[in-house]
Ligand binder design. Structure first.
Ligand code: BG6
Length: 469
């Protein structure tokens, strides 16, 4: 069956500074929390490939932008690395700034719109050592960073984002203890989430201030990007399952959606947290800061749904309240390399949720992609990776987007994650996402996979031929 995306629907790609640039110690870049972790324990990273490498975008950005252009993409998102733009005193590092000016100019020369994000899990080491997101001074430092970025690039960039996936650091670093500093403490996680929310709001305030002073162009927009995994529970749920759903959706999704549309955190969630003695560390005046957090539009990263049920135990190992347990849906189809469920309809369900609950907020799918291990297995006799699984994955997600738009979702575009294979945090280069392969054994050379030319055709026709129902 054929699905048609609107003619003005934009199609591009997403990446991030810390996962692509490499050049970790060049031209005055500060160290990040990732460099610190890599130095402390390199074995925590797949094949001992730490944060230093990226995919050589620092050296290769011109070729990469041309490759994107050759696939007819109209836009791409990357992030400024705080560690590259500013020095340890919070002042502009001229060499770091020069790099991003060059990237932006190159994008424009190739008729591509650069979308710029300010933070992608990459805290400077010096600020982490001062407490990171647990310290309000770091929230202030972020506001200074945002101010400097808006002033430096405000005349050049149209689409700005304060954060990518602000839920991830509270979860990965502080609640689930998966990433350095490996903390498993729900209260600290909540405080980090709360402080990042404040930082987002101060970032938005800086954006408006810079705009009113003429540093930022008049047509510029500010947004937030998050992974709003739609939560599902079992068929025939109990009231306890539904309660788990309310809190899961409340903390992961509505927290940010309410913040960016209403300028406040969801009342029911805050009331429950209060009843449980889990109110984050508030200060007088915070409510006024939250009111600054409204944005022009939203980025929705979608990889997988979240399936949950009522928790068996009411508290976790530290005695803090537990809101849900995972639920293993018997029909789930998995991406076994990443351990994520593949459920393309989730993208549609999110679109319908937005239409119902946040009808005034436009959004785009800011990340979606499929990471696969050992892709060398799929080379044809000419050496090209035949990634039909990826073509199927993207087709089905795009088809559900087309259907969501038809049914009234205000989804404006799509960025594929990881157009060019990149470094994936502690998984390093284990799972490859790209339409373009990076050969680590041959000086980061780029090669098209089968999906690349397929995607170019989709960009040109805005049509997808697949079955989803
Ligand atoms: C998103 C992030 O969560 O998913 C990216 O914004 C990340 O930074 C992507 O790379 C894919 O996840 P992973 O962990 O497989 O790299």
């Amino acid at each position: 069956m054929k699905y048609q995306l609107p003619k003005d629907f934009f199609l591009g790609a997403a990446m991030s500074g810390p996962q692509t640039e490499g050049a970790y110690n060049k031209d005055g870049r500060q160290r990040s929390i990732w460099d610190m972790w890599s130095d402390l324990s390199i074995s925590d990273f797949y094949n001992k490939v730490g944060s230093y490498v990226g995919n050589n975008f620092y050296e290769n950005y011109e070729e990469d932008i041309k490759l994107m252009k050759s696939l007819h993409l109209d836009s791409f998102r990357t992030s400024i690395q705080w560690t590259r733009l500013l020095d340890e005193n919070g002042k502009i590092n001229p060499l770091g700034a020069a790099f991003y000016h060059k990237v932006i100019a190159c994008a424009k020369d190739n008729q591509m719109e650069p979308f710029m994000n300010l933070y992608h899990f990459d805290m400077p080491e010096a600020l982490y050592l001062r407490g990171g997101w647990e310290n309000r001074e770091v929230v202030e430092a972020y506001a200074n960073y945002a101010r400097q970025a808006f002033r430096e690039f405000g005349r050049e960039i149209k689409y700005w984002f304060t954060f990518n996936e602000p839920i991830v650091e509270p979860d990965q670093r502080y609640r689930n203890g998966v990433w350095y500093p490996f903390i498993r403490d729900a209260r600290r996680g909540l405080n980090v989430q709360y402080n990042i929310s404040l930082a987002h709001c101060l970032g938005v305030e800086e954006f408006h201030r810079a705009k009113s002073k003429g540093f930022v162009r008049d047509d510029a927009k500010i947004g937030l990007i998050n992974c709003f995994a739609p939560p599902y529970t079992r068929e025939n749920p109990t009231p306890e399952d539904l309660e788990a759903l309310r809190m899961e959706d409340g903390i992961n999704n509505r927290w940010w959606l309410d913040l960016v549309t209403k300028g406040q955190l969801p009342e029911d969630v805050m009331n429950t947290l209060k009843d449980l003695g889990m109110t984050p560390d508030r200060r007088p005046g915070d409510e006024t800061i939250f009111q600054l957090g409204k944005v022009d539009w939203l980025g929705f990263n979608y990889y997988h749904p979240s399936r949950i049920q009522a928790p068996r135990e009411k508290t976790d190992e530290m005695g803090y309240p537990k809101f849900s347990d995972p639920y293993h849906w018997p029909e789930a189809k998995m991406n076994v390399y990443r351990g994520w469920e593949i459920y393309p309809k989730g993208i549609y369900d999110f679109g319908m949720k937005m239409k119902r609950e946040y009808p005034d907020l436009k959004f785009f799918v800011s990340e979606n992609g499929m990471g696969v291990e050992r892709e060398g297995r799929f080379r044809d006799k000419n050496g090209q990776i035949q990634d039909d699984y990826r073509i199927q994955f993207v087709s089905q997600h795009l088809a559900w987007i087309a259907k969501a738009i038809e049914d009234g979702a205000q989804c404006l575009g799509y960025h594929y994650w990881g157009l060019i294979d990149n470094w994936s945090w502690s998984n390093a280069f284990k799972n490859r996402y790209g339409f373009i392969e990076v050969d680590l054994m041959d000086n980061y050379k780029r090669h098209f996979k089968k999906s690349a030319s397929w995607f170019r055709e989709v960009v040109d026709s805005k049509a997808i031929d697949t079955n989803i129902e």
